[in-house]
Design a protein around this ligand. Sequence first.
Ligand code: TRP
Length: 334
Amino acid sequence: MTKRILTGIQSTGTPHLGNILGVILPSIRLFKKYVNTKQFVFIADLHSLIQQNDFEQIQNNAYHIAAAWLSFGLNIEKTILYRQSDVSSEVTELAWYINCCFPYNRLILSHSFKERSKHDKTKINVGLFTYPILMAADILLYNAEIIPVGKDQLQHIEITRSAANKLNNKIGKKLFVLPIPYFHKTTMLIPGTNGQKMSKSKKNYINIFSSDDNLKKQIMSIKTDNTFFKEKKNPDTSIIISLYKLIASKEKVDKMKTKYLQGKYGYLEAKLTLYKCLIETFSFERKQFTFFINNKSLLDNILYSGAKKAKIIANQRLNEIRKNFRLKEILNIN
Ligand code: TRP
């Protein structure tokens, strides 16, 4: 069978620089490299319901995610781009089968659950607990083998592998392949404006699709130490340089490093250089993003055609899975 590559991004916000450098760009490179694969990219809007109550915002973010992928050149002739909620009946059904064979004790150990339930157990919902099961269903529904993700998702892929095994044992047949994560080496190194890993929830992200002014504000908010303008600065501990390294050429980075070491080079200047570099590097994508966001009906058409393709594959797979549970085929009442 042709290998399948699949990835998803939650619709909790506009994809930030971390999502772009960590997932979107490496995935697009991978898609181009392995032409003979089936490729899926989806917007995990059902997952977003766990944390967000503003449904309009979730759907709006879904457009932003689609627009981001498209502006970075996702080829929709080749890759199926769809919303998770468009295959909700299929994916949640498979999630149920996984629920029924996955050990409760194993799921309690999930990092994301442990981390958030530590603070206040009264504020979390069951969705947060079963989050990895729905994610496993996203993957196993298409028998995807290669999953480009950020490093923070590795445990979820581990859970998916274990779920595939459990399902195979339960039905006594190798119906589910064990997926492998794919991550780019830069993924683990993308700091946010406060130096911690860039993430939506930590509010330390850089949104390259925001207006020039807002982008500048985000860059200006990068944390620096309080060495004076005149003093020499340490390039190895600078968040500005860590970010600059991700987008600028080695020559340019070396130039900035030298200036740090010489002194009489302020953080303000370094930040402006980083800002200009971001604007230049992503000028095409920023224009494309605006184009797509202003053409929602085009995005609707793309997502609709993706949903149709995904649904056909999902239905066939689910019928196969149902057969193994001695359940009847899905009724098609059309
Ligand atoms: N959990 C992923 C994230 O937060 C999003 C996601 C949901 C996903 N389902 C997936 C990623 C399946 C890859 C495959 O980034």
